[in-house]
Design a protein around this ligand. Structure first.
Ligand code: GTP
Ligand code: MG
Length: 444
């Protein structure tokens, strides 16, 4: 079809036609319901609140069952997210419920980073979903969606105001998840104090720009109840797994020496309002908001971070193919640059090592030459000494021969002139003595 034909066709007004009889597409909503029921639903709740504030008790009370309850210790070095998934069934509807506990929240001395593991957990679930969406072979139909649909933020019933940890954490989470603030253990605060506390909490949230989840008022069927409930936020709740007999009925309640707090009594607390809003009226809206608002924001930021845009700087539609090609070129360029950098680094390293080796070789050679010189000098000295000793030995031998000759001459003389003994004796003693010659004292 030519472009002009297409334009004319899309500009044409749509005409309303009446049907001659029953066609059957009015069953479409039923088909949708049946498909959804078969597929089942998933719902993920994140509970944030200090240790022992009543998170597990409230979950048990809300779903009228006993989930495994593992008490957290007050000595966690950091906040840790603990997800637990359960399969629940009511009538023929299957619900895969995940409850995520922020274990150790508010227990560290330095709470500056307490929000970080929670934000990271939420982002990781978004990232997993995005990765699944970006796969060539997606299986979103049976994908276990772990994105957090609602964060129940448990406020400690101090009666004063919110803590800075509450405000910082809620502020960091509000663009990522639907937050429903609730005042926990509302039976520990008096009615008038609770009223003032609720007003204070709401005004603090507004003045700090914290966006909490608003029950939707655009659907006529629930607009009225939702707008009434919005005015009741934050819900002040009481949880209990204990059943107490009131009149002739067993009800969930907390029993005190002075009376009984009934969980499902609306004049005692807002538990029923919370259950109504969270499960019975707005569960689907919470799921939808998670997908269309929070996940969409995450996806947009992530894709923009990766270089994808809807329009180029001239406001022209941006093609996915072009973006991919640009990114690919950028990536290859970067890869080549890194490769070249590494090659250069390698060459430099080799040169450095080579220079070091040469220097070492030169040092060794110098050392060798030095030792050689010392050796030659020593050798020369030894040679000199040897020569001196030889000369001394020769001189000694000569003297020895001379002494021996003299001795033999004197002996001869003695035997020839016995009468001249006294005179010769005198002459004999004027000659150097044999002993002084032998000891070397005689000088030639
Ligand atoms: P951790 O998971 O260990 O952080 O605790 P938690 O927040 O899950 O609290 P949990 O539900 O285990 O409750 C802790 C204590 O508070 C228990 O003794 C509960 O009986 C009590 N508790 C729970 N809800 C309420 C409540 O609404 N009012 C009062 N007064 N006590 C409650
Ligand atoms: Mg618990």
């Amino acid at each position: 079809m030519a472009a002009t034909d297409l334009e004319r066709f899309s500009n044409e007004e749509k005409r309303n036609l009446s049907l001659g009889g029953h066609v059957g597409f009015d069953s479409l909503p039923d088909q949708l319901v049946s498909k959804s029921v078969t597929q089942g639903f998933s719902f993920n709740i994140l509970c944030v609140g200090e240790t022992g504030i009543g998170k597990s008790t409230l979950m048990n009370t809300l779903f009228n069952t006993t989930f495994e309850t593992e008490e957290a210790s007050h000595y966690e070095s950091a906040v840790r997210l603990r997800p637990r998934t359960y399969d629940l069934q009511e009538s023929n509807v299957h619900l895969k419920l995940t409850i995520v506990d922020a274990v150790g929240f508010g227990d560290q001395i330095n709470k500056d980073e307490s929000y970080r593991p929670i934000v990271e957990y939420i982002d990781t679930q978004f990232e997993n979903y995005l990765q699944e969406e970006l796969k060539i072979r997606r299986s979103l139909f049976n994908y276990h969606d772990t994105r957090i649909h609602v964060c129940l933020y448990f406020i400690t019933p101090t009666g004063h105001s919110l803590k800075s940890l509450d405000l910082v954490t809620m502020k960091k989470l509000d663009s990522k998840v639907n937050i429903i603030p609730i005042i926990a253990k509302a039976d520990t605060i008096s009615k008038s104090e609770l009223h003032k506390f609720k007003i204070k909490v709401m005004s603090e949230l507004v003045s700090n720009g914290v966006q909490i989840y608003q029950f939707p008022t655009d659907d006529e069927a629930v607009a009225e109840i939702n707008s009434v409930m919005n005015a009741h936020l934050p819900f002040a709740v009481v949880g209990s797994t204990e059943e107490v007999k009131v009149g002739n009925k067993l009800v969930r309640a907390r029993q005190y020496p002075w009376g009984v707090v009934q969980v499902e009594n609306e004049s005692h607390c807002d538990f029923v309002k919370l259950r109504e809003m969270l499960i019975r009226v707005n569960m689907e809206d919470l799921r939808e908001q998670t997908h269309t608002r929070h996940y969409e924001l995450y996806r947009r930021c992530k894709l923009e971070e990766m270089g994808f845009k809807d329009t180029d700087p001239d406001s022209q539609p941006f093609s996915l193919q072009e973006t991919y090609e640009t990114k690919r070129k950028e990536f290859l360029g970067e890869l080549q640059r890194k490769e070249e950098e590494m090659r250069q680094m390698f060459v430099n390293k080799v040169k450095e090592t080579e220079a070091e080796l040469k220097e070492k070789e030169r040092e060794l050679h110098e050392k060798f030459e030095h030792l050689k010189r010392i050796h030659q000098e020593e050798k020369r000295k030894v040679e000199e000494k040897r020569r001196e000793l030889e000369e001394e030995m020769n001189a000694f031998n000569r003297r020895k021969v001379a002494v021996e000759t003299l001795q033999s001459q004197s002996l001869q003389a003695t035997s020839q002139q016995p009468l001249k003994k006294d005179k010769d004796k005198k002459n004999f003693f004027s000659l150097p003595s044999a002993c002084s010659i032998a000891s070397g004292r005689y000088v030639n």
